[in-house]
Design a protein around this ligand. Structure first.
Ligand SMILES: Cc1ncc(COP(=O)(O)O)c(C=O)c1O
Ligand SMILES: N[C@@H](CCOP(=O)(O)O)C(=O)O
Length: 462
């Protein structure tokens, strides 16, 4: 299996190289050259398997010769051993044909743990073999950062620097990033939004002297391995509702487009998905683009679902690559236009995107109302991101097709928003009960590439 860049001019890489490389050297994102198919029989055979066994069968064709079957099975087993639910990703029924896929039973209480715990193990195995050391730099609106720090803290071969927007993550998210004591993790609070943090990370990858000097690696969903790990739960949840003999739909609270893109890959692999619905908060550029074909970021407005306060949605580039029939030059042109303010999607590409994705938007009041209404009707307490998904799913679902909404975080990560909506303050799990008492360690820094690079160089030299 080989990996190619969405912009068409970077070296073709193996799985391991693509995983350790992060952003392609032409600025694009890596994708598998071909997408392996699963037959109806292959999908049916997933029924009754453990999450780990299903994960092995679904991801194995993408890994190539990087790991033996036994090594990869061990890596998967270690990745999910710390999850707090035997099913790893259980389904909860909200009503007759609406289900929640609970993705928050990992160590940091968000769906990011599914991929981050796995790539933590993959990095460890690959770096132990090569003897190399890498510097991971990531941008976060709250959940990627905490999951990355949890997955990589204490590892000898890795330094981790996480840039988060100062004052724009929840207190629980911030403390998850600033309280770990291991000296190889560094939380950096930057002035700006998530989009600024993500832009600086991409700048660092495009600064080859810096990139090569510190052996830069990425764990945002620019890293294909992140997306791959998230493909698995689309299969396991659909199979438990009758796939491949019954199609299902998914609604996905969306920001950086990684999670829903994993669903798109599952569909291209042969999983019978009827609709894939992008659910945005009031930072609704994806909904506007899928509706009208214009992609023009116009500033982030903070919301009560802060992890989705994103207007430059990194993985949309991967969807555009397929919508433009894998024309890397066309994608590179759009990304150049984006730097200058935005782009218009061609009619053909827009039609292809609309065939693949539906979309909807949820405002702030609707998010709160959905949290309150769902608690009353079902007893389920939703995090605000999940509520965005549930609100949109309720509008989009169709009779006879089960709808699965991805529950992307635990409500206890956003206690203020949940309490304001319901009067109930969700407690943290006992293992995190002292989170508010632990000392914090964070460096405040400007939105300034040179300053961030020099801080990273200094820290890894010591
Ligand atoms: C809780 C939560 N929900 C949804 C999202 C959106 O996921 P994606 O960025 O993959 O679209 C994020 C962040 O990415 C998140 O942290
Ligand atoms: N919401 C995310 C934003 C980064 O997304 P990623 O999937 O590209 O890492 C976060 O919580 O940081």
């Amino acid at each position: 299996m080989q990996y190619i860049s969405t912009r068409g001019t970077a070296p073709v890489l193996t799985f391991e190289q693509a995983m350790l490389t992060g952003l392609a050297r032409d600025g694009g994102l890596y994708l598998p050259e071909t997408i392996p198919m699963m037959s109806a029989d292959d999908i049916r055979a997933l029924g009754g398997l453990s999450y780990e066994e299903a994960a092995f069968r679904i991801m194995r064709p993408y890994i190539g010769a990087t790991f033996t079957d036994t090594a990869f099975q061990d890596i998967i087993a270690r990745a999910y051993a710390g999850f707090g639910h035997a099913a790893r990703a259980p389904l909860v029924q909200l009503d007759s044909n609406h289900h929640l896929l609970e993705l928050f039973h990992g160590p940091t209480l968000a769906f990011k743990d599914f991929a981050m715990q796995l790539i933590g193990q993959l990095f460890q195995a690959a770096l132990a073999r090569s003897g190399d050391r890498v510097t991971i730099v990531g941008a976060t609106s709250g959940d990627t950062g905490s999951a990355a720090i949890e997955a990589f803290r204490g590892l000898d071969a890795v330094d981790v620097f996480i840039l988060y927007p100062h004052g724009r993550v929840s207190e629980v998210q911030r403390r998850q990033m600033t309280t770990p004591v291991e000296s190889n993790v560094h939380a950096l609070a930057i002035d700006g939004h998530f989009d600024d943090a993500q832009a600086r990370v991409k700048d660092m990858f495009n600064d080859f002297a810096f990139r090569d000097g510190v052996r830069l690696a990425g764990v945002n969903s620019i890293n294909w391995a992140r997306v791959l790990a998230q493909v698995v739960y689309y299969f396991t949840s659909a199979v438990s509702l009758g796939a491949p003999d019954r199609a299902v739909s998914f609604t996905v609270p969306t920001g950086n487009f990684g999670d829903i893109f994993a669903g798109y890959i599952a569909k291209r692999m042969g999983l019978p998905i009827d609709r894939l619905v992008v659910a945005t908060n009031h930072n609704d550029i994806l909904h506007r683009c899928l509706s009208g074909g214009e992609y023009r970021p116009d500033g982030v407005i903070p919301s009560i679902s802060p992890s989705m306060d994103i207007q430059v949605s990194s993985n949309f580039e991967r969807a555009l690559f397929y919508a433009y029939n894998q024309d890397g030059a066309a994608v590179a042109q759009l990304m150049d236009e984006l730097k200058a303010g935005g782009f218009s999607v061609s009619q053909g590409a827009l039609q292809a995107l609309r065939e693949a994705f539906d979309s909807g938007r949820c405002g702030e009041d609707e998010t709160s109302a959905t949290i309150g209404r769902t608690l009353k009707a079902t007893g389920e307490l939703l995090c605000p991101h999940t509520a965005v998904g549930v609100h949109v799913a309720e509008k989009m679902r169709q009779r006879g097709v089960p709808m699965i909404t991805l529950a992307t975080a635990h409500p206890a990560k956003f206690p203020d928003a949940v309490e304001a909506a319901t009067g109930v303050r969700p407690p943290l799990p006992p293992r995190m009960a002292d989170l508010y008492d632990r000392p914090e360690r964070v460096t405040r820094i400007g939105n300034d590439l040179a300053a961030i690079e020099s801080l990273i160089r200094e820290r890894i030299a010591n």
